[in-house]
Structures are given as C-alpha cells and as structure tokens.
Design a protein around this ligand. Structure first.
Ligand SMILES: [Zn+2]
Length: 234
C-alpha cells in the first residue's frame, strides 16, 4: 500500500507542478509548428548555423569546441566529454541564434558540472534498470531503501541539470542579441521584433523544460513503485 501512496504522490506532484509553472503542452507544440508573422525577412538575413555557432564560440573565446551538423536530427546539443556541439535541424529558422547561443553557453559552463550531469544521469538510469530487473527476477525484495536511493540520485541529477539549463536558457537571448548587434545582421526594429519573439518562447519554454525534467525523472520512481507494489503482494 505504501508503494501506491508514493506512486500517487508523485502523480499529484506532477499535476501540481504543471499548474504552478503554467505549462501548456498544446501551446508549446503550436509554438514549434507555427511561425509568427513578419519573421520571414529576418530569417533570410541570418547566416548559416555553422557560421553563427563559430562566431559565437569565438566571441566566448571557445575556439577549440568542435561543431558538427546533423540534418537528420531535430535536436541540438553540447557533448561535454568530446567538447562538441551537435547542430540538428532547427524547425523555425528565426530561432537559430538563440538555440545556438544556448549550446555555446553550455560549452562555456563549468566542466565539473557538465561531467557531473553526465555521470549522475547515467548513474540514475543504471541504478533504475538494475533494481528493476533484480526486483522483477526476485533477487531483491521490494524495499523503500531502493526507492530512497533512487530518489536521492534523481534529486542530485535534477538539481545539477536544472541549474545548467536555467543558466543557458536565461543567458541565451542576451548572447544572441549581442551577437546580432555586434555583427550588424539586423535593423534595430527587426532585432527588437526578434527579441520579443525570443522572450515569448522563453516564457513558455523555460517552465516547460523544468516540468519535463521533473516528469521524466519522477517517471522512473513511479514505475519502480508499481513494480514494488505488485511484487509485495505476490
Ligand atoms: Zn540545454
């Protein structure tokens, strides 16, 4: 019964957090699909993604970071272990500068934090898989000790990851603006319009990312609670 209580508490926490953060998943999906009017002219003026990335990295004094483009992927990310930025296909072209600036900020962040994020995310996943199989094959008994350790690993990973993301997401629009101004890519009114759009995206995007991190992490705890509940009554 205790396992079910934890399971439902996790669900309730997710529902409450979604409400508190004002996360609207439908609106987020629309944001990706629909383009704001009047941004086409701005998009045409933006340089190629590789060029934007190289110039922002140069500005941040990070010339050793490797840039790789993958048109088959929809995500862009920074890989700390290989010090590489992978640039995926950016759905809305006008989002390119902010998205690339975000990854460049990740490249500038503390390596200790980046590596800790990598270790903790894998450790959490590995621990979850191991205890799940050990419980399913009845090698270990369902126990709150496993749930507590799982929760602790989750909390550590969540704190490190949310810190890294918040830092990158809040600094990205300013870095994007500086890059566009210094390189005189847009007219002042175009820059103003683009910045308003970046602000609109961040207003919805930042709470959504935090909710997504919380949800994906707590999902493993919920799955393990259900397994414990079933095996405890067998
Ligand atoms: Zn990020």
């Amino acid at each position: 019964m205790e396992y079910l209580i934890v399971f439902f508490l996790m669900i309730i926490s997710n529902v409450i957090l979604k409400q508190i953060l004002g996360v609207k998943i439908k609106k987020i999906k629309q944001l990706v699909k629909q383009k704001e009017q009047g941004l086409e002219a701005i998009e045409e003026k933006l340089p190629e993604n590789q060029k934007i990335c190289r110039n922002i990295l140069k500005k941040l004094n990070l010339k050793e970071v490797v840039i790789e483009e993958d048109e088959n992927s929809d995500t862009s990310l920074y890989i700390a272990l290989s010090n590489k930025i992978l640039l995926g296909k950016i759905q809305n072209r006008y989002m390119a500068v902010q998205t690339i600036a975000h990854e460049c900020i990740h490249a500038k962040q503390s390596k200790k934090l980046q590596i800790s994020n990598f270790i903790l995310s894998n450790l959490y996943l590995l621990y979850f898989i191991v205890i799940l199989f050990l419980t399913l094959f009845q090698i270990i008994h369902p126990s709150f000790l496993q749930i507590s350790i799982l929760f602790l690993l989750y909390l550590l990973w969540y704190l490190v990851r949310s810190y890294l993301e918040t830092d990158a997401m809040t600094k990205a629009p300013y870095l994007a603006k500086e890059y566009l101004q210094e390189n005189q890519i847009l007219q002042p009114e175009e820059l103003e319009k683009l910045m308003q759009e970046y602000e609109r995206v961040n207003r919805m995007g930042i709470p959504f990312i935090h909710f997504q991190l919380f949800f994906s992490g707590s999902l493993k705890i919920m799955i393990y609670c259900i397994v414990c509940f079933v095996f405890a009554i067998l």
